[in-house]
Design a protein around this ligand. Structure first.
Ligand code: GLC
Length: 421
């Protein structure tokens, strides 16, 4: 049995990173109705394959994505090397349905890996388990050989990705449902994908790697999708999300349902407060360029992180029930607590926390703020400027002489009568 490196070592970079870029790009991008289009519209295989002939990713598309990731303050990127349609961006031996067969040997995975390394970004590869080109995937009783071949392709492609491109930091599976989710298939998944065997091969090839939980087994990371929900302490997790409509990760030409920057940023802060990451998606245009509707929000977040990044990168879990936010999102690093103020006022009460901080400032300002006792073992930071000094969220930085502890309330009604200070 292959043993990976200890979890704490493998996950260290992930906890530093906190913010990553998801990239959904494929043949489907040309049709502009999301990455599920082939299945949703039941486009026959040969018909869909014609899209490969017209597909022409811009020469510099990978640079555009990754430069944007850097500008956004992201520390890693995850690229769809093969999505559910089965089209591979790498020079696989498993199929001729691959970019190198159409674009004179162009291997976008190689470009992506190299581009990440050049910029100091960690490398994440997304590989869809399921592949709609296999009838056996939809009905394994009727087409058992095809079902086996579908599982085998996943093993072979994994091996290719992990042996040809050097060090890969994160392997991102997706689409573990069997029989296209037609029945309650949860128990069938590990057998269909031969997941344990696959995981052992992965750890054997790259013992430092992190693998997400979409092989039907837990592996290393949880992946809440389109919501930010922390896993139990000690378990790595990453919330993946679209900026636009949750039903489409691939390019949609017109989709006005976009999250605003304060919403996106709040998600990042909340994830960081629970010791988790935020993997935010872009869906490049048909030619691989990035639309302003994806690029601009990311740039705004990047500008905020330039000043306030210390509240996010390397954050530790504040408290297990960290998701309860009062005026802001709490993150922590040792004796330092950061409160990202989602709602601003000139004073910020911090309930039930001890001891009092020895220093309180707003990030980006040298002015020391004063701290006074609040009700019932809380304290209040006061004297913040009338108007929020930064957009969208100013961040309070509180320094403690020792790691602060939450005050446990033995009698949860006592505060009504006792002004204990
Ligand atoms: C879903 C979708 C898929 C998308 C993924 C991202 O599982 O099937 O299209 O790639 O979410 O997490």
């Amino acid at each position: 049995m292959a043993t990976p490196l200890p979890y704490s070592e493998r996950i260290a970079w992930f906890h530093q990173a906190r913010f990553g870029m998801f990239i959904h790009y494929g043949l489907y991008s040309q049709l502009g109705r999301g990455e599920w289009i082939q299945f949703q519209e039941r486009i026959p295989r040969d018909e869909y394959a014609k899209l490969a002939e017209e597909f022409a990713p811009a020469e510099n598309c990978v640079d555009l994505w990754l430069d944007l990731a850097v500008e956004a303050g992201m520390n890693y990127a995850v690229f769809t090397t093969k999505h559910h349609d089965g089209f591979c961006f790498f020079d696989t031996q498993t199929t001729g349905f691959k970019l190198p067969a159409f674009q004179g040997g162009r291997d976008l995975v190689a470009e992506f890996v190299e581009g990440c390394r050049k910029r100091g970004l960690k490398v994440g590869l997304y590989l869809s388990n399921l592949d709609w080109r296999y009838p056996g995937y939809f009905d394994l009783q009727r087409y058992p050989e095809s079902a086996d071949a579908c599982g085998q392709a996943l093993h072979d492609q994994t091996r290719e990705l992990l042996t040809r491109y050097g060090r890969i930091d994160l392997l991102w599976y997706d689409g573990e449902w069997v029989d296209m989710g037609g029945k309650n298939d949860v128990e069938d998944r590990p057998a269909f994908w031969r997941s344990q065997e696959l995981l052992e091969m992965i750890y054997e090839l790259q013992p430092h790697i992190l693998v997400n939980n979409r092989l039907g087994i837990d592996a290393d990371l949880d992946t809440p999708e389109q919501h930010v929900t922390a896993s139990t302490p000690g378990r790595g997790w990453e919330s993946c999300m679209t900026i636009g409509d949750p039903e489409a990760w691939g390019w949609s030409r017109f989709a006005p349902n976009r999250k605003a920057v304060p919403d996106l940023l709040k998600n990042l802060v909340v994830a960081a407060g629970g010791e988790g990451n935020y993997l935010l998606n872009i869906g490049p245009r048909p030619d691989g360029t990035v639309d302003a509707s994806d690029a601009e929000p990311l740039r705004s977040i990047g500008r905020w992180l330039e000043t306030h990044g210390e509240a996010i990168y390397g954050s530790e879990r504040f408290f297990p029930d960290y998701t309860r936010h009062w005026q802001g999102g709490y993150t922590r690093k040792g004796n330092m607590v950061y409160i990202t103020l989602f709602r601003y006022s000139t004073e910020v009460p911090v309930p039930l926390l001890r001891p009092l901080p020895v220093r309180a400032k707003l990030i980006g300002s040298d002015v020391e703020l004063s701290v006074r006792e609040g009700f019932n073992q809380g304290f209040v930071i006061e004297g913040l400027p009338e108007e929020p000094p930064t957009w969208p969220y100013p961040v309070l930085k509180l320094e403690f002489a020792e790691p602060p502890q939450r005050v446990e309330e033995e009698d949860r009604a006592a505060w009504i009568e006792n002004k204990v200070t």
